[in-house]
Design a protein around this ligand. Structure first.
Ligand SMILES: Nc1ncnc2c1ncn2[C@@H]1O[C@H](COP(=O)(O)OP(=O)(O)OP(=O)(O)O)[C@@H](O)[C@H]1O
Ligand SMILES: [Mg+2]
Length: 441
């Protein structure tokens, strides 16, 4: 990436990281100008990105590096519009996430240019998009005039968050005027046969997950591929937060917010109940963790991402890259990669311990240490984290966290009943539990 004059050049190891950094800079600057900038003129940045091998040694003098890769990035930056990021056609074709890029209709260094911009598109837009209905064209023109990005027919409203597999957006379905959440899965550039295989699995998983209808499960409305072939899942939009955001300490090492055990057990029982519903339909979650438990503004739990971890798994083996950490995985998931519903019950146990105490029962400095503990070591007893917690809860937890699946609760329904019974026994207005620090993953 190159910015001149009075600019900076930054090299990234991956193209997607360079793009994300450029976009983040532009977005932050826009926010700065809108909210904090007290001057009459706003600050503007042009960004240009190029990709390729550059040899830079520690003692290389920047002015003596005359590399084509850097030159093109510099030219993109120089020609680009303010508050925009320009890339050449070659780069555009390599992008895993092409959303928000527009063809500019101009060439730089002999390449067509694509632009990602926070500004409305430049002058008399693509009126000649033949073959489409006038209405659709008008709607799309309106949408792009307002700077709206689309995934399929859905209008992107804002980014909600990013995970290991992709980006989640709040979006609007214009056909039935409904707000939805869209998860665009970034699969990158894969050979066609790998991609076809992936998409087949993706649709199969979505079909299974999409048949579930339960108040404790985020409903799947639709799936598709965007115009660049990236698969996406359209889900129910949950206004609220996640268990992770609700309970994680604001700074590492500090205590998290105080925990109300009755409330936590209510959430836990709802999660177990929803898991039971899924397990009865032979759907296994595979990635139960605080970030995947959404909490509605009424305080009800909804499990997100059913079966999605399986797709990450397929990606993992292809790239040889481990996505996420084993912090919430069961022993059999770590060792053999095979799971049944009782694996979700183990992960649920880790979630429950974390929700009650802010600590995980198998903690460690590294992924390997955590994995070793999950597979071989007994869990840290719940009441070592907080001696005031009831013994019955310790018993429930150790039945979730047994190493052998046959020694765990055999159904999440039984687990939900025990949690509910425990909750009913607690005094109605207990003092909040002091929380101890500990990151969720
Ligand atoms: N249906 C939804 N409604 C509202 N917000 C959602 C929805 N699904 C996800 N989110 C938000 O988007 C964020 C990112 O979700 P995502 O599933 O990509 O990441 P994650 O769960 O943190 O990690 P992972 O990729 O391992 O699942 C979540 O933390 C949550 O805040
Ligand atoms: Mg998730």
């Amino acid at each position: 990436m190159a910015w001149t004059p009075d600019g900076v050049m930054v090299c990234f190891l991956q193209l997607d990281l360079a793009l994300a950094a450029g976009q983040r800079v532009l977005q932050s600057l826009k926010r700065f100008n809108e909210v904090h900038n007290k001057l009459r003129t706003s600050f503007r940045v042009r960004a240009g990105v190029n990709y390729g091998e550059v040899s830079i040694f520690e003692d290389s003098k920047l002015e003596r590096i005359a590399e084509h890769v850097i030159d093109v990035a510099g030219h993109m930056q120089k020609e680009g519009r303010p508050n925009s990021l320009w890339v050449g056609g070659e780069i555009y074709n390599l992008l895993a996430d092409k959303s928000g890029f527009r063809l500019v209709g101009q060439e730089v260094d002999g390449m067509p240019v694509y632009e990602w911009s926070l500004e409305p598109p430049r002058g008399g837009t693509m009126a000649a998009r033949a073959g489409r209905g006038a209405e659709l064209l008008a709607a799309s023109e309106r949408a792009s005039a307002a700077g709206t990005r689309r995934v399929g027919r859905y209008e992107i409203l804002q980014e909600l968050g990013r995970g290991a597999m992709g980006v989640v957006y709040k979006a609007r379905d214009p056909q039935i005027a409904r707000t939805v959440a869209i998860k665009v899965i970034l699969i990158g550039n894969q050979p066609p046969e790998v991609l076809a295989d992936y998409l087949q699995r993706f649709y199969r998983e979505a079909q299974t997950a999409g048949q579930m209808s339960h108040p404790g499960i985020v409903t799947i409305h639709d799936v598709g591929e965007d115009e660049d072939g990236q698969p996406y899942l359209v889900m129910e939009y949950v206004e609220g937060t996640t268990v992770e955001k609700l309970l994680v300490p604001s700074k590492p090492g500090e205590p998290g917010p105080p925990r109300d055990l009755r409330q936590i057990l209510a959430i836990a029982a709802q999660v177990a109940d929803a898991l039971d519903y899924a397990h009865r339909r032979n759907v296994i979650h595979r990635d139960i963790k605080p970030a995947n438990i959404l909490i509605t503004s009424e305080g009800r739990a909804k499990i997100a991402d059913f079966g999605v971890a399986k797709l990450a798994g397929t990606q993992m083996t292809q790239t040889g890259l481990i996505v996420g950490t084993p912090a919430f995985m069961s022993p059999e998931q770590i060792t053999a990669g095979t799971v049944d519903s009782r694996s979700d019950i183990f992960s649920f146990g880790i979630l429950l311990c974390w929700m009650c105490t802010g600590n995980r029962p198998f903690a460690g400095e590294s992924i390997t240490e955590v994995a070793y503990r999950v597979v071989h070591m007994p869990p840290t007893p719940l009441r070592e984290f907080n001696a005031d917690l009831p013994l019955e809860l310790e018993v429930v937890l150790s039945r979730c966290l047994a190493k052998k699946p046959e020694e765990r609760f055999q159904t999440a329904g039984e687990l939900a009943n025990d949690l509910e019974a425990l909750r009913a026994k607690l005094p109605a207005t207990p003092a909040p539990l002091p929380a101890t620090p500990g990151p969720s993953n």
